[in-house]
Design a binder for this molecule. Structure first.
Ligand SMILES: C[S@@+](CC[C@H](N)C(=O)[O-])C[C@H]1O[C@@H](n2cnc3c(N)ncnc32)[C@H](O)[C@@H]1O
Length: 304
């Protein structure tokens, strides 16, 4: 497991980069063939890339289609958010290539991942590109598929349960509720340029739920900005770490208290921040006791 795929494909990666100079129209034309257009079909035996959402962690949240493709893959290129339980379901004998993508620790730069997918497909492989959650929600799946389309590589996309849905369901926090939230916004707390420069007036509205992906490192700034743009200090907020897994932890509070509580609990990525009145429902609807939460509850003195 690991780098072997990278070495095998090194010459092919160079070919792909050189191929970038090929006329765009020709590349799009081949890519279009698999989408049912009347363009030239790719030759039989060509490889294929399946961009598959692995969900937030619990392997039972995989779609049936994802589970089937896991069993049929020749090679699986996976990100760090894919849980070990899900990886354990990849066909025995399939090559596993770690593509990383932890914040500031990219095992493979994005350009190399794109090139690797093309190179593997051109070798005739069934390539499983496995991503945490849903590939088109803060997963760069769109960028990777654009690259494949431009290079005439056939692909399919399989959606996954995004971590916001997982955290909501397993955290007992409905993202919408007729009494509390008529809208739900998914937003990244970490912009490409490293800033937290978001549309704060839009995010600080009542009667909606806001879910911040990749926001734990900026939790203090996020809460402060929401207050500065009009939400009250006692507005409910929660942070959910490793949602849907046996290690899930949920910390609830308000915009004022959540940053301190999350720090005190030592929450670490991957975690989501959920802001909105629906967070209050967890007291009534929380049903999933992860192993960690069970341990904490049972270890705590009765009066705590
Ligand atoms: C690069 S984004 C990928 C999101 C993914 N495509 C999805 O649909 O969930 C990574 C962020 O997703 C969130 N995340 C992913 N898995 C999570 C989990 N099991 N529990 C909590 N947050 C998670 C965290 O905010 C993390 O920083």
């Amino acid at each position: 497991m690991g780098d072997s795929g990278r070495e095998d494909c090194a010459p092919a990666l160079q070919e792909v980069r050189a191929d970038d100079a090929a006329p765009r129209a020709r590349r799009i034309r081949r890519g279009a063939a698999v989408q049912g257009g009347d363009a030239i079909a790719p030759p039989p035996g060509d490889g294929m890339v399946y961009l598959v959402g692995a969900g937030p962690g619990d392997p039972e949240l995989l779609t049936l289609k994802a589970a089937r493709l896991l069993q049929q893959a020749d090679v699986c290129v996976y990100d760090h958010l894919v849980s070990n339980d899900v990886l354990g379901l990849v066909r025995r004998g399939a090559e596993l290539i770690y593509a990383g993508k932890e914040k500031s620790n990219h095992a493979l730069p994005q350009a190399d991942i794109n090139a690797l997918l093309v190179a593997l497909a051109r070798k005739g492989k069934r390539v499983l590109r496995l991503k945490g959650g849903d590939p088109f929600i803060f997963g760069r799946g769109g960028e990777e598929m654009q690259f494949l389309a431009e290079h005439g590589v056939p692909f399919e996309v399989v959606p996954g349960v995004t971590s916001a849905s997982g955290a909501s369901a397993y955290g007992g926090i409905p993202l919408t509720h007729r009494d509390h939230a008529q809208a739900c916004v998914f937003v990244t707390g970490h912009r490409k340029n490293g800033t937290c420069d978001l549309d704060w007036p839009m995010l600080a509205r009542p009667r909606q739920t806001v879910v911040f992906y990749m926001g734990l490192g900026q939790i203090e700034e996020i809460c402060e900005r929401l207050k500065a743009h009009g939400l009250p200090g006692d507005w409910p907020a929660a942070a959910v770490e490793r949602a849907t897994t046996a290690k899930q932890r949920v910390v609830t509070g308000t915009l004022t208290t959540l940053p301190g509580r999350a720090a005190h609990a030592g929450l670490r990525a991957p975690a989501l921040i959920i802001v909105g009145e629906v967070v209050k429902l967890r007291a009534e609807l929380g049903w999933f006791d992860s192993d960690v939460e069970r341990l904490i509850t049972h270890a705590a003195p009765a009066h705590a």
